[in-house]
Design a protein around this ligand. Structure first.
Ligand SMILES: [Zn+2]
Length: 50
């Protein structure tokens, strides 16, 4: 778990959210979590080699 900054499409605002790192099929990574305000799923793309 970690804290990431992403954009919530429902709130239409940038937010910090607690997320988990996921490996995507295309080889990149993304942090996925839920908006702390509305609960909408948020994704933050991460560099391939972090
Ligand atoms: Zn939200």
């Amino acid at each position: 778990m970690g804290s990431y900054e992403g954009y919530c499409v429902k709130c239409r605002e940038k937010r910090s959210f607690d997320g988990e790192i996921k490996d995507l099929k295309n080889g990149s990574k993304a942090a996925q979590g839920a908006c702390p305000v509305c609960g909408t799923k948020m994704t933050r793309m991460l560099p391939k080699s972090a």
